[in-house]
Design a protein around this ligand. Structure first.
Ligand code: GUN
Length: 326
């Protein structure tokens, strides 16, 4: 059972893969019953939100600007309703204005794009987020491209994606930003680390790969067509799973002493009970890794905190003010 929690300001721990083996008197290379540090995303996110709230107070006091976040939901998918409600609540808690738009599942692509164009023109809105997935009859690429890139706090617009790849200032997707912040709570510098991302989605895997390269990590991106994933994964000092497959990453995929970041949020039914699990088999992985994020309570809360950071950044940039130091 993993029982130690790492949060903001925790000292990075460098652990020899074999040090715990020696203390347990096991065979070399076999690490059993050793609990990893749990990287507490809830605590880290609360600390980051408090810093955002301070910056928002300063921005409002000195410039009269209240950052505004518009959250657009199409349809009634229960998970999306919960995510958008949380984003709205958190934005208000840090002193932002929240604008909620809810279209019925039957709304057309054209109606949604017209709504986005209207929000683009609203000067009280600095950030726009269209909750994904959209109903099947709507092309998400057309919708995302309709968002003003300066208000694209998801960082999904092709202009922001291109800017990230070419090393220019950009709004960067929130989940990859959250992963980097969580990884850096263990390794303040990622330079030279063997990092591996499992998953190559446009919204997580690809931008995360760019961020890891910009942090000077040595990077492998693995995916459903990669051969021998466990062997590849076992090389990684930093393993980030973003595949959306419940508990796919097992203990024998993990290098002893590695840091494991779990992006997955998968609903499963176990013994008749519905529960959320990650892409990593947490209990067994925490016996091999040195540090690991839990699900829930890891990447999820940090992702929302990063959305608030992006909204604040967008508000500053749209007002020609320097970026906040966050
Ligand atoms: N659905 C799942 N993750 C995300 C995200 O990061 N942004 C949006 N807009 N929708 C999502």
């Amino acid at each position: 059972m993993a029982d130690r929690h790492l949060s903001v300001g925790a000292a990075p721990r460098s652990r020899s893969p074999l040090s715990d083996v020696a203390s347990l008197g096991n065979s070399p290379g076999v690490v059993r019953g050793v609990a990893a540090d749990v990287i507490d995303g809830r605590v880290m996110a609360a600390a980051l939100r408090a810093r955002v709230a301070d910056e928002v107070r300063c921005l409002t006091a000195s410039h009269g600007i209240v950052p505004g976040l518009a959250v657009v939901l199409v349809g009634n998918a229960p998970a999306s309703e919960i995510y958008t409600a949380t984003k709205k609540k958190m934005s208000v808690q840090v002193g932002m204005r929240s604008f909620a738009e809810h279209l019925p599942p039957s709304a057309s692509e054209g109606e949604l794009i017209k709504l986005i164009e209207r929000i683009n023109r609203n000067r009280e809105v600095h950030g726009i987020l269209v909750q994904l997935p959209l109903p099947a009859h709507i092309d998400p690429r057309k919708v995302i491209t309709a968002i003003d890139p300066a208000k694209d706090v998801d960082g999904f617009h092709p202009l922001n994606a291109g800017r990230l790849v070419s090393g220019q200032a950009a709004l960067i997707p929130c989940t990859p930003l959250a992963c980097i912040r969580l990884a850096k709570s263990v390794h303040p510098s990622l330079a030279g680390l063997e990092a591996m991302v499992i998953g190559r989605s446009t919204i997580v895997g690809k931008p995360l790969a760019q961020l890891l390269l910009s942090e000077n990590a040595t990077l492998t991106v693995a995916h459903s067509r990669s051969s021998d994933l466990p062997t590849l994964a076992r090389r990684a000092d930093l393993l980030i799973a973003a595949v959306g497959r419940p508990e796919m990453v097992r203990k024998d995929w993990i290098k002893p002493g590695a840091t494991v970041i779990d992006v997955g949020i998968n609903r499963v039914t176990r013994e008749g009970e519905s529960q959320i699990v990650g892409d990593v088999a947490f209990e067994e992985a925490s016996g091999v890794a040195a540090a690991i994020t839990p699900v829930p309570g890891g990447v999820g809360p940090m992702t929302i905190a990063c959305l608030l950071v992006n909204t604040l950044r967008a508000a500053c940039a749209l007002s020609a003010l320097p970026p906040p130091k966050l």
